[in-house]
Design a protein around this ligand. Structure first.
Ligand SMILES: C[S@@+](CC[C@H](N)C(=O)[O-])C[C@H]1O[C@@H](n2cnc3c(N)ncnc32)[C@H](O)[C@@H]1O
Length: 222
């Protein structure tokens, strides 16, 4: 891809969970021998993301408790520590419980910008305080959006598929109208479908043929 040609990169790579991710319709491998090996794998990819972002562009890197602290250091190194914008918490509700610890019910999305001039349009969400009842307020850095349940109409059978509501909120907030969105681990294509619905041009890829086939099918019906 050309240098400085993308407004927003969202990437939801494998998290190094140590296992194959198996869904009803596809699977992908998600195991590296060590966290160090995983970071060695992801570093050149993050460097390429930095190269293709416009000077006003941003990266949203989706991860979880296993890698977030390592990835934060990597992004500080590649983008610069001053380019950190937010650590977003996607609070998804389902699963994660254990008798031995607090339930793990969130993922982390690291938001870094290429320079200090970048696009941001705060999403508006319903206010919860009695004083502001019925009004909207700017969203905070905790995004309360349910994960897809087994009955969700948008479920494709691709493992770890993310909800369109999450991607639509992120793209609207972090990519200007008409700006180009890219996802280099597109899986079932959620980012690209959300971009298409929002009228943003998009580009995506995935190492898995199943992912590319599924994304093309979903895009065909938007
Ligand atoms: C967490 S899933 C993405 C799920 C996606 N966000 C969705 O909503 O369906 C991670 C994806 O990364 C892909 N992947 C793994 N290694 C890759 C590589 N080297 N290049 C591109 N994609 C890769 C996997 O095939 C998988 O589809």
């Amino acid at each position: 891809m050309p240098n400085e040609s993308v407004d927003l990169v969202y990437v939801d790579p494998p998290f190094n969970t140590g296992k194959s991710q198996q869904g009803a319709a596809a699977k992908y491998e998600d195991a590296w021998p060590t966290m160090e090996a995983y970071i060695r794998w992801i570093r050149p990819r993050v460097e390429q993301v930095h190269r293709v972002l416009k000077p006003t562009g941003s990266l949203l890197l989706h991860c979880d408790w296993r890698g977030s602290h390592h990835l934060r250091l990597l992004l500080d190194d590649v983008f610069g520590p001053d380019r950190f914008v937010n650590e977003l918490i996607w609070s998804y509700g389902l699963g994660g419980s254990s008798p031995r610890r607090f339930a793990r019910k969130h993922d982390t999305i690291l938001f870094y910008s290429r320079t200090d001039v970048y696009f941001f349009q705060p999403p508006m969400v319903p206010a919860t305080s009695a004083r502001m009842r019925g009004q909207l307020k700017k969203a905070g850095d905790i995004l309360d959006i349910p994960s897809l349940n087994n009955m969700a109409a948008e479920r494709t059978g691709y493992p770890t598929q993310k909800p369109l509501a999450l991607l639509e909120m992120l793209i609207s907030a972090c990519c200007p109208e008409g700006g180009r969105v890219a996802d280099f681990c597109c899986g079932s294509g959620t980012t690209l479908i959300a971009a298409k619905r929002l009228g943003r041009p998009f580009v995506g890829c995935d190492v898995s043929d199943d992912a590319v086939r599924m994304t093309e099918e979903r895009l065909g019906s938007v």
